[in-house]
Ligand binder design. Structure first.
Ligand code: AMP
Ligand code: MG
Length: 321
Protein backbone atom coordinates (compact mmCIF):
# COMPACT_ATOMS: atom_id res chain seq x y z
CA UNK A 1 0.00 0.00 0.00
CA UNK A 2 1.45 3.41 -0.86
CA UNK A 3 0.98 6.64 1.08
CA UNK A 4 -2.29 8.26 0.14
CA UNK A 5 -3.99 4.96 -0.77
CA UNK A 6 -7.22 4.54 1.16
CA UNK A 7 -6.94 2.44 4.28
CA UNK A 8 -9.97 0.89 5.96
CA UNK A 9 -10.61 -0.63 9.37
CA UNK A 10 -9.89 -4.20 8.16
CA UNK A 11 -6.51 -3.22 6.71
CA UNK A 12 -5.69 -1.19 9.80
CA UNK A 13 -6.41 -4.17 12.06
CA UNK A 14 -4.37 -6.51 9.82
CA UNK A 15 -1.44 -4.08 10.01
CA UNK A 16 -1.74 -3.88 13.82
CA UNK A 17 -1.83 -7.69 14.11
CA UNK A 18 1.36 -7.80 12.03
CA UNK A 19 3.07 -5.45 14.52
CA UNK A 20 2.84 -2.46 12.20
CA UNK A 21 1.99 1.12 13.13
CA UNK A 22 -1.00 3.04 11.70
CA UNK A 23 -2.36 6.60 11.70
CA UNK A 24 -5.48 6.59 13.88
CA UNK A 25 -8.00 9.43 14.25
CA UNK A 26 -9.17 10.19 17.77
CA UNK A 27 -11.33 13.05 19.01
CA UNK A 28 -8.25 14.80 20.49
CA UNK A 29 -5.52 14.50 17.81
CA UNK A 30 -4.41 11.79 15.34
CA UNK A 31 -2.39 9.02 16.97
CA UNK A 32 0.45 6.81 15.76
CA UNK A 33 -0.98 3.51 16.98
CA UNK A 34 0.55 0.10 17.56
CA UNK A 35 -0.27 -3.03 19.58
CA UNK A 36 0.42 -1.99 23.20
CA UNK A 37 1.26 -5.58 24.14
CA UNK A 38 3.86 -5.95 21.38
CA UNK A 39 7.21 -4.46 22.41
CA UNK A 40 8.42 -4.39 18.79
CA UNK A 41 5.40 -2.39 17.64
CA UNK A 42 5.98 0.01 20.52
CA UNK A 43 9.66 0.33 19.55
CA UNK A 44 8.53 1.25 16.01
CA UNK A 45 6.41 4.08 17.40
CA UNK A 46 9.38 5.52 19.31
CA UNK A 47 11.64 5.22 16.27
CA UNK A 48 9.14 6.87 13.90
CA UNK A 49 8.49 9.74 16.29
CA UNK A 50 12.16 10.00 17.32
CA UNK A 51 10.78 10.13 20.81
CA UNK A 52 13.12 9.76 23.81
CA UNK A 53 12.62 6.28 25.36
CA UNK A 54 11.81 7.66 28.82
CA UNK A 55 8.75 9.52 27.48
CA UNK A 56 5.80 7.17 28.14
CA UNK A 57 2.91 6.42 25.76
CA UNK A 58 -0.82 6.45 26.43
CA UNK A 59 -2.57 3.08 26.11
CA UNK A 60 -5.95 3.28 24.35
CA UNK A 61 -8.69 0.87 25.39
CA UNK A 62 -11.83 -0.16 23.52
CA UNK A 63 -13.78 -0.96 26.66
CA UNK A 64 -13.65 0.41 30.22
CA UNK A 65 -13.65 -3.20 31.51
CA UNK A 66 -10.03 -3.46 30.20
CA UNK A 67 -8.94 -1.02 32.95
CA UNK A 68 -8.32 -3.97 35.25
CA UNK A 69 -6.19 -5.75 32.64
CA UNK A 70 -3.78 -2.82 32.31
CA UNK A 71 -3.79 -1.28 35.82
CA UNK A 72 -2.74 -3.16 38.94
CA UNK A 73 -4.79 -0.94 41.25
CA UNK A 74 -7.92 0.98 40.21
CA UNK A 75 -8.97 3.41 42.95
CA UNK A 76 -12.65 4.35 43.27
CA UNK A 77 -11.92 7.86 41.93
CA UNK A 78 -10.53 6.35 38.72
CA UNK A 79 -13.68 4.27 38.23
CA UNK A 80 -15.84 7.33 38.85
CA UNK A 81 -13.92 9.39 36.28
CA UNK A 82 -13.92 6.58 33.71
CA UNK A 83 -17.66 6.04 34.18
CA UNK A 84 -18.32 9.74 33.64
CA UNK A 85 -15.83 10.71 30.90
CA UNK A 86 -15.08 7.54 28.89
CA UNK A 87 -15.15 7.32 26.00
CA UNK A 88 -13.65 10.79 25.90
CA UNK A 89 -10.57 13.04 26.18
CA UNK A 90 -9.45 11.99 29.67
CA UNK A 91 -6.34 9.92 30.45
CA UNK A 92 -5.89 8.23 33.83
CA UNK A 93 -2.42 7.44 35.20
CA UNK A 94 -2.54 4.33 37.41
CA UNK A 95 -0.15 1.71 38.83
CA UNK A 96 0.77 -0.54 35.91
CA UNK A 97 -0.20 -4.18 35.57
CA UNK A 98 2.53 -6.76 34.97
CA UNK A 99 1.54 -7.22 31.32
CA UNK A 100 2.38 -3.61 30.36
CA UNK A 101 5.66 -3.63 28.38
CA UNK A 102 8.41 -1.48 29.94
CA UNK A 103 8.74 0.42 26.66
CA UNK A 104 5.18 1.74 27.01
CA UNK A 105 5.75 3.24 30.46
CA UNK A 106 9.23 4.61 29.90
CA UNK A 107 10.34 2.34 32.73
CA UNK A 108 7.91 3.89 35.24
CA UNK A 109 5.67 1.91 37.57
CA UNK A 110 2.58 3.69 36.19
CA UNK A 111 0.59 3.41 32.98
CA UNK A 112 -1.55 6.07 31.26
CA UNK A 113 -4.95 4.77 30.04
CA UNK A 114 -7.66 6.30 27.92
CA UNK A 115 -10.74 5.16 26.01
CA UNK A 116 -11.13 7.35 22.89
CA UNK A 117 -14.52 8.46 21.59
CA UNK A 118 -13.86 8.80 17.87
CA UNK A 119 -16.03 6.26 15.99
CA UNK A 120 -13.13 5.06 13.80
CA UNK A 121 -10.83 4.61 16.80
CA UNK A 122 -13.59 2.66 18.53
CA UNK A 123 -14.19 0.52 15.45
CA UNK A 124 -10.47 -0.32 15.19
CA UNK A 125 -10.19 -1.08 18.92
CA UNK A 126 -13.31 -3.28 18.84
CA UNK A 127 -12.11 -5.27 15.81
CA UNK A 128 -8.51 -5.50 17.11
CA UNK A 129 -9.61 -6.62 20.57
CA UNK A 130 -6.42 -5.52 22.35
CA UNK A 131 -5.14 -2.15 23.49
CA UNK A 132 -3.25 0.38 21.35
CA UNK A 133 -0.29 2.49 22.40
CA UNK A 134 -0.79 5.76 20.54
CA UNK A 135 1.09 9.00 21.01
CA UNK A 136 0.30 11.95 18.75
CA UNK A 137 1.29 11.23 15.14
CA UNK A 138 4.02 13.86 14.82
CA UNK A 139 7.79 13.88 15.23
CA UNK A 140 8.71 14.50 18.85
CA UNK A 141 8.30 18.14 19.86
CA UNK A 142 6.48 19.22 16.72
CA UNK A 143 2.87 20.24 16.09
CA UNK A 144 0.28 17.52 16.71
CA UNK A 145 -1.85 16.43 13.73
CA UNK A 146 -5.59 17.09 13.67
CA UNK A 147 -6.25 15.89 10.09
CA UNK A 148 -5.24 12.76 8.18
CA UNK A 149 -3.24 14.86 5.71
CA UNK A 150 -1.10 16.18 8.58
CA UNK A 151 -0.10 12.59 9.39
CA UNK A 152 0.67 11.84 5.75
CA UNK A 153 2.73 15.01 5.46
CA UNK A 154 4.70 14.05 8.58
CA UNK A 155 5.41 10.37 7.85
CA UNK A 156 4.70 9.70 4.14
CA UNK A 157 5.46 6.12 3.10
CA UNK A 158 6.81 5.25 6.55
CA UNK A 159 3.17 4.97 7.76
CA UNK A 160 1.22 3.60 4.78
CA UNK A 161 -2.09 3.11 6.60
CA UNK A 162 -3.63 6.36 7.84
CA UNK A 163 -7.35 6.14 8.58
CA UNK A 164 -9.13 9.34 7.60
CA UNK A 165 -11.60 10.33 10.30
CA UNK A 166 -11.89 13.98 9.30
CA UNK A 167 -10.82 16.92 11.46
CA UNK A 168 -10.52 16.16 15.19
CA UNK A 169 -13.45 17.49 17.24
CA UNK A 170 -11.40 18.45 20.33
CA UNK A 171 -8.12 19.38 18.65
CA UNK A 172 -5.73 19.31 21.65
CA UNK A 173 -4.45 16.31 23.59
CA UNK A 174 -6.38 14.68 26.43
CA UNK A 175 -6.46 15.93 30.00
CA UNK A 176 -4.15 13.66 32.02
CA UNK A 177 -4.94 12.95 35.70
CA UNK A 178 -2.54 11.07 37.95
CA UNK A 179 -4.40 8.74 40.33
CA UNK A 180 -1.43 6.54 41.12
CA UNK A 181 -0.58 8.11 44.49
CA UNK A 182 -2.10 10.68 46.84
CA UNK A 183 -4.76 13.16 45.80
CA UNK A 184 -5.61 13.11 42.08
CA UNK A 185 -3.45 15.63 40.20
CA UNK A 186 -3.66 17.10 36.71
CA UNK A 187 -0.49 16.33 34.72
CA UNK A 188 -1.68 17.93 31.48
CA UNK A 189 -4.67 20.27 31.09
CA UNK A 190 -7.17 19.63 28.30
CA UNK A 191 -10.80 19.90 27.29
CA UNK A 192 -11.98 18.24 30.50
CA UNK A 193 -11.26 20.98 32.99
CA UNK A 194 -10.28 20.96 36.65
CA UNK A 195 -13.76 22.22 37.56
CA UNK A 196 -15.41 19.35 35.70
CA UNK A 197 -13.19 16.77 37.40
CA UNK A 198 -13.70 18.29 40.85
CA UNK A 199 -17.44 18.35 40.35
CA UNK A 200 -17.44 14.69 39.35
CA UNK A 201 -15.21 13.64 42.26
CA UNK A 202 -16.98 15.88 44.77
CA UNK A 203 -13.71 17.34 46.10
CA UNK A 204 -10.57 19.24 45.14
CA UNK A 205 -7.71 17.84 43.06
CA UNK A 206 -4.13 18.45 44.20
CA UNK A 207 -3.21 22.09 43.61
CA UNK A 208 -1.36 23.13 40.47
CA UNK A 209 -0.64 21.24 37.31
CA UNK A 210 2.48 19.14 37.76
CA UNK A 211 3.70 19.75 34.23
CA UNK A 212 2.51 23.29 33.95
CA UNK A 213 4.00 25.08 36.92
CA UNK A 214 7.67 25.70 36.21
CA UNK A 215 9.57 26.84 39.28
CA UNK A 216 12.16 28.59 37.16
CA UNK A 217 11.17 30.80 34.28
CA UNK A 218 12.27 29.35 30.97
CA UNK A 219 12.15 25.78 32.25
CA UNK A 220 8.91 25.00 30.43
CA UNK A 221 9.52 22.14 28.04
CA UNK A 222 9.41 23.00 24.37
CA UNK A 223 6.64 21.13 22.59
CA UNK A 224 3.92 21.45 19.97
CA UNK A 225 6.23 23.84 18.19
CA UNK A 226 6.30 25.38 14.72
CA UNK A 227 9.67 25.97 13.02
CA UNK A 228 8.91 29.69 12.78
CA UNK A 229 9.62 31.63 16.01
CA UNK A 230 6.38 32.35 17.88
CA UNK A 231 5.93 35.25 20.30
CA UNK A 232 2.98 35.60 22.70
CA UNK A 233 1.57 39.11 23.06
CA UNK A 234 -1.47 40.76 24.58
CA UNK A 235 -3.97 42.32 22.17
CA UNK A 236 -2.70 45.94 22.52
CA UNK A 237 0.90 44.92 21.76
CA UNK A 238 -0.31 42.77 18.89
CA UNK A 239 -2.25 45.69 17.46
CA UNK A 240 0.88 47.87 17.53
CA UNK A 241 3.05 45.30 15.78
CA UNK A 242 0.63 43.88 13.25
CA UNK A 243 1.96 45.89 10.30
CA UNK A 244 5.59 44.79 10.76
CA UNK A 245 7.34 43.11 7.86
CA UNK A 246 7.74 39.35 8.01
CA UNK A 247 5.16 38.86 10.74
CA UNK A 248 2.00 36.75 10.73
CA UNK A 249 -0.75 37.11 13.32
CA UNK A 250 -2.63 34.45 15.24
CA UNK A 251 -5.50 36.20 17.00
CA UNK A 252 -8.93 35.50 18.44
CA UNK A 253 -10.09 39.07 18.99
CA UNK A 254 -8.56 41.32 16.29
CA UNK A 255 -9.56 41.65 12.69
CA UNK A 256 -6.84 40.30 10.43
CA UNK A 257 -6.45 40.24 6.69
CA UNK A 258 -6.10 36.65 5.37
CA UNK A 259 -2.68 37.51 3.94
CA UNK A 260 -1.47 38.75 7.34
CA UNK A 261 -2.57 35.90 9.57
CA UNK A 262 -5.48 33.95 11.00
CA UNK A 263 -8.28 34.70 13.39
CA UNK A 264 -9.48 31.73 15.46
CA UNK A 265 -12.79 31.39 17.34
CA UNK A 266 -13.14 33.36 20.59
CA UNK A 267 -14.31 30.38 22.66
CA UNK A 268 -11.85 27.88 24.14
CA UNK A 269 -13.37 24.79 22.49
CA UNK A 270 -13.53 26.37 19.04
CA UNK A 271 -10.01 27.76 19.40
CA UNK A 272 -8.61 24.38 20.49
CA UNK A 273 -10.24 22.66 17.51
CA UNK A 274 -8.54 25.05 15.07
CA UNK A 275 -5.18 25.67 16.81
CA UNK A 276 -2.82 23.02 15.42
CA UNK A 277 -4.02 23.33 11.80
CA UNK A 278 -3.56 27.10 12.13
CA UNK A 279 0.00 26.71 13.48
CA UNK A 280 0.83 24.35 10.60
CA UNK A 281 -0.61 26.73 8.05
CA UNK A 282 1.20 29.79 9.43
CA UNK A 283 4.44 27.81 9.74
CA UNK A 284 4.23 26.84 6.06
CA UNK A 285 4.07 30.49 5.01
CA UNK A 286 7.66 31.03 6.09
CA UNK A 287 7.36 34.24 8.10
CA UNK A 288 10.13 35.70 10.26
CA UNK A 289 7.93 35.44 13.33
CA UNK A 290 4.38 34.43 14.27
CA UNK A 291 2.81 36.92 16.69
CA UNK A 292 0.18 35.04 18.70
CA UNK A 293 -2.36 36.75 20.92
CA UNK A 294 -2.37 35.49 24.50
CA UNK A 295 -5.57 33.67 25.46
CA UNK A 296 -7.56 34.37 28.64
CA UNK A 297 -6.08 33.18 31.93
CA UNK A 298 -9.27 31.35 32.94
CA UNK A 299 -9.84 27.65 33.71
CA UNK A 300 -11.68 27.00 30.45
CA UNK A 301 -8.60 28.11 28.50
CA UNK A 302 -6.01 26.18 30.58
CA UNK A 303 -5.42 23.51 27.91
CA UNK A 304 -5.01 26.00 25.08
CA UNK A 305 -2.74 28.25 27.19
CA UNK A 306 -0.52 25.29 28.02
CA UNK A 307 -0.10 24.35 24.32
CA UNK A 308 0.50 27.94 23.18
CA UNK A 309 3.11 28.52 25.89
CA UNK A 310 4.97 25.36 24.92
CA UNK A 311 4.73 26.23 21.24
CA UNK A 312 6.30 29.63 21.99
CA UNK A 313 9.07 27.98 24.04
CA UNK A 314 9.99 25.48 21.33
CA UNK A 315 9.34 27.54 18.22
CA UNK A 316 12.14 28.34 15.81
CA UNK A 317 14.62 25.85 17.25
CA UNK A 318 16.29 24.30 14.25
CA UNK A 319 16.07 20.55 14.35
CA UNK A 320 14.17 20.54 17.66
CA UNK A 321 12.50 17.20 18.08
P1 AMP B 1 1.20 12.09 23.72
O1 AMP B 1 1.20 10.63 23.53
O2 AMP B 1 2.02 12.81 22.69
O3 AMP B 1 -0.17 12.64 23.93
O4 AMP B 1 1.96 12.28 25.09
C1 AMP B 1 1.69 11.35 26.11
C2 AMP B 1 1.92 11.99 27.44
O5 AMP B 1 1.27 11.20 28.40
C3 AMP B 1 3.36 12.03 27.89
O6 AMP B 1 4.00 13.18 27.48
C4 AMP B 1 3.24 12.02 29.38
O7 AMP B 1 3.12 13.33 29.86
C5 AMP B 1 1.92 11.33 29.64
N1 AMP B 1 2.08 10.01 30.21
C6 AMP B 1 2.01 8.85 29.57
N2 AMP B 1 2.23 7.82 30.41
C7 AMP B 1 2.43 8.37 31.62
C8 AMP B 1 2.73 7.83 32.90
N3 AMP B 1 2.84 6.52 33.10
N4 AMP B 1 2.88 8.69 33.91
C9 AMP B 1 2.79 10.01 33.71
N5 AMP B 1 2.51 10.58 32.53
C10 AMP B 1 2.34 9.76 31.49
MG1 MG C 1 2.42 14.45 21.50
Amino acid sequence: MSAGAPCGVAEAVAALRAGQVIGLPTETVYGLAGDAANAEAVARIFALKRRPPDHPLIVHLGDAAQLDDWARVVPAAARTLAARYWPGPLTLVLPRAARVPDAVTGGQDTVALRMPAHPLARAVLAAFGGALAAPSANRFGRISPTRAEHVRAEFGDAVPCVLDGGPCAVGIESTIVDLSAGAPRILRPGAITRAMLERTLGGPLAAGVADDAPRVSGSLPAHYAPRTPLALLDAPALRRRRGEDGTLLLTHSLTVDAARGLRLPGDAAGYARALYAALRELDARGARVILAERVPDTPAWAGVRDRLTRAATGAGRSGAN
